[in-house]
Ligand binder design. Structure first.
Ligand code: DSN
Length: 414
């Protein structure tokens, strides 16, 4: 007889923290651009017995026995994600976006090779060659930047690529709001003999839902996370053209990872199945409409929108310029208002990353709750009130009450 008991019965401290988080998510507005709320089916998959299983290797070729069901779910996840993005090859084992990127680098680069990647303060991600990361110590990253109007100047990028002769040209971002020109980017890579790679982590769901153009036909390698707009479990994935398939699979396992997390692979299969349904297209398009509505309201309130405008699910706002409030204070005051965002560095930010000049706001999670343009206008109003409050607890508490009332009308898990 086993001695298993439920979390509630066996561990009060852990259970209470879980209940607290559930309440926080239900009663507050989640506006962190990289977050979302998964379906009960995805949660069921994550909480499943597949967490018990070791399955190093790939379907049909594993290092442990007992793989009849792991092979089924991994094949399901691979087939579904290939259909979703029209990809030639998919690896669904990366534990995160960072390990997907690391594996992609390991698959095609030798130590010391040059990579062009987007500068962090201009919207790129830490894993795109920021000096504090391991890849930046192994490879030679050269960073490109955005122009004053928020766009990328592809003539400047081409000149940089000709001068630096990169082995890999990396597109993609984690704090950038404009649409990239995939055709031009990959043409430059081809011209200089570089492999092209796109990290579509933030916008994967919008691409799957056909609200944004797909980079998959253009790039040799495309990486993503599965938990942002794609609305799956926390994790990563790699898509690539067939000639890169073997190297990618070898780089993921045994290159940079051991046993895959099969409960996560099951949850990915479930999420990809959800994204293949027609209603996901409606969701993806609504994200775009909501981001535009939020932006329009901020513009009418006189806010300085970074990168000119939004063409995806997020906005960056210069809070110092707009209201004389630092990103750190804005984040703290909004937290007290029941609104979750993150402070964010802006291009060439004179302030440090711990107290930068702006904030990043994203709408994927509130769109999942069913909120639309009217609610976006209300949200912009609350954020403005919080930033004008001087951090006074009473004013922020009043906003929190109103936020709670709205959230009650849009429950996450009914
Ligand atoms: N940390 C994620 C984000 O917030 O954009 C990217 O990994």
């Amino acid at each position: 007889m086993n001695t298993y008991r439920s979390l509630k019965e066996s561990d009060k401290a852990a259970y209470d923290a879980l209940r607290g988080e559930m309440k926080r998510e239900e009663q507050g507005l989640e506006l962190i651009a990289s977050e979302n709320t998964v379906s009960p089916a995805v949660l069921d998959a994550l909480g499943s017995v597949f967490t018990n299983k070791y399955s190093e290797g790939y379907p049909g070729n594993r290092y442990y026995g007992g793989q009849q069901y792991t092979d089924i779910i991994e094949t399901l996840a691979i087939d579904r994600v290939k259909t979703l993005f029209g990809a030639e090859h998919a690896n669904v084992q990366p534990l995160s976006g960072a390990s997907a990127n690391l594996a992609a680098y390991a698959a095609v680069l030798a130590p010391g090779d040059t990579v062009l990647g987007m500068d962090l303060s201009h919207g790129g991600h830490l894993t795109h060659g920021h000096p504090v990361t391991l890849p930046a110590k192994v490879y030679r990253f050269v960073r490109y930047q955005t122009e004053a109007d928020g766009t990328i100047d592809y003539d400047t990028l081409e000149a940089l690529a000709i001068a630096e002769k990169p082995k890999l040209m990396l597109a993609g971002f984690s704090s950038y709001t404009r649409q990239l020109d995939y055709e031009r980017f990959t043409a430059i890579a081809k011209k200089v003999g570089a492999i092209s790679m796109m990290d579509m982590a933030h916008i994967a769901g919008m691409i799957a839902g056909e609200a944004l153009p797909s980079p998959v036909p253009y790039f040799d390698i495309v990486t993503a996370t599965t938990h942002k707009t794609l609305r799956g479990p926390r994790g990563g994935l790699i898509l690539c053209k067939e000639p890169f398939a073997k190297a990618i699979d070898k780089a993921v396992f045994p290159g940079v990872q051991g046993g895959p997390h099969m409960h996560m692979v099951l949850a990915k299969a479930v999420a990809f199945g959800e994204a293949l349904r027609p209603e996901f297209k409606i969701y993806a398009h609504q994200i775009l409409e909501n981001a535009k509505a939020l932006e329009a309201e901020f513009v009418s309130l006189g806010y300085a929108i970074v990168f000119g405008k939004t063409e995806n699910h997020m906005l960056l706002i210069d809070t110092v310029k707009s209201r004389g409030v630092s990103g750190k204070d804005a984040q703290a005051w909004l937290d007290l208002s029941g609104i979750s965002i993150n402070k964010n560095v802006l291009p060439d930010d004179p302030r440090g990353p711990l107290d930068p000049s702006g904030i990043r706001i994203g709408v994927p999670a509130v769109t999942t709750r069913g909120m639309k343009e009217g609610e976006m206008r209300q949200i912009a109003g609350w954020i403005d009130r919080a930033l004008r409050s001087g951090g006074k607890k009473r004013a922020l508490g009043a906003i929190r009450k109103e936020v709670k009332t709205l959230c009650k009308a849009f429950p996450i898990y009914r």
